[in-house]
Design a protein around this ligand. Structure first.
Ligand code: ACO
Length: 331
């Protein structure tokens, strides 16, 4: 969807949260048959943050959400929609968004979850754009929050070294100037759903002793298959969104790709022919936090003062579903 110059949405505040506990590759060497060297060269990850046993997806979202609202110079009472993108909900129902609404003490603001894997934050921006421009909401609190450590099989070296927990939020409002979301591109392919899946606990495989014995409550991933699709789709989505925005690759100030693997990040940068310094990465310190990686990247770049007014940013993601999307944004 391409929006007219006069009708655009923008980010007016951001906030993030990662749990206190840090798990390093050295720690993982003591847990499974792996090495710091393998994890670093194959994924770029050095450490990740892990929630405390009683800390949840909603808990992280509430902290990140409060920080974003404060950053926007607002109070929670000003928010009239809470949209939570997550694949690790606290409960199947009610939604994590309603737990977050309770935690924020957000009066009667409507609240719902959006499930689009790692692409959830970008899907959330696109959905918010529609709601803000149609007048259904004036200020959306969009939160990407993920607690992957609690659906990870810590005995499976193929997956447990890759993920981390975290949350980040953005307040979205109508833009009154040239800044904001310029264009977007979003797609899905349900035929490939089994390549990255949490098979148990839903209606397909209701929780039972058998599902637990078989480990169906843990995330499963065919890593090298996911890798190939991610590289292809992220490059394609970024180029399509740029075309819609009428922006040339060389004019991009920052690419903020989903942080799943440094090799996917670098391949996407190469596809766009971008120099390394324009391709954002923080995967070494957080691992793959799924839907939280893009808003955390955005928040960190902003806090470091790297997003100058007028900067053109491309955000691009790929995730379970499969889903993929890109958003071009003028800061
Ligand atoms: N330590 C040591 N060896 C390991 C480990 C480990 N932690 N994990 C796997 N290996 C072994 C494998 O068993 C295999 O050994 P074998 O050849 O004897 O069978 C060997 O390393 C190579 O395994 P591959 O899976 O082929 O390794 P690859 O280079 O593909 O890297 C990785 C694996 C890192 C998972 C990569 O495929 C990847 O990052 N894929 C994409 C993952 C991704 O992006 N997921 C998320 C996207 S959506 C989302 O974010 C939720």
């Amino acid at each position: 969807m391409k929006t007219k110059k006069s009708a655009r949405i923008k980010i007016t505040g951001t906030g993030m949260y990662v749990p206190e506990k840090v798990l390093t590759n050295k720690d993982l060497e003591k847990m499974v048959d792996t090495s710091d060297e393998w994890i670093t060269t194959r994924s770029g990850i050095k450490e990740r943050h892990i929630t405390a046993p009683d800390e949840t997806t909603a808990d992280m979202a509430v902290i990140a959400g409060k920080r974003a609202v404060e950053d926007a110079g607002l109070t929670v009472k000003d928010i009239d929609l809470i949209l939570v993108a997550t694949s690790t909900p606290d409960t199947i129902f009610p939604s994590t968004a309603t737990w977050v609404q309770k935690g924020l003490n957000a009066d009667y603001a409507p609240a719902f979850d959006l499930s689009a894997g790692c692409t959830g934050f970008l899907y959330g921006m696109i959905v918010s754009e529609g709601l803000l421009l149609s007048g259904s909401a004036a200020r959306v609190l969009l939160i990407g929050t993920e607690c992957l450590s609690k659906i990870t099989n810590w005995k499976d070296r193929n997956t447990c070294v890759l993920f981390g927990d975290g949350a980040a939020a953005a307040v979205l409002e109508k833009s009154g100037d040239e800044s904001g979301m310029l264009s977007s591109y979003w797609k899905a392919d349900g035929n490939l759903g089994e390549l990255l899946i949490l098979p148990g606990g839903g209606v397909l495989n209701p929780a039972s002793h058998k599902t637990v014995d078989e480990g169906l409550h843990y995330l499963r991933m065919k890593g090298n298959e996911v890798f190939k699709h991610a590289v292809k789709r992220m490059g394609e989505a970024a180029l399509m969104a740029l075309k819609k925005a009428g922006i040339k690759r060389e004019d991009i100030d920052y690419l903020i790709p989903h942080q799943a693997n440094i090799r996917i990040i670098q391949a996407t940068g190469r596809r766009l022919k971008l120099p390394e310094e324009k391709v954002f990465s923080n995967i070494h310190k957080y691992g793959n936090m799924s839907v939280a990686t893009i808003p955390i990247g955005l928040h960190e770049l902003k806090e470091e003062g790297k997003l100058k007014k007028g900067a053109d940013i491309v955000m691009v993601a790929f995730g379970a579903g499969f889903t993929w999307a890109a958003v071009v944004y003028k800061w």
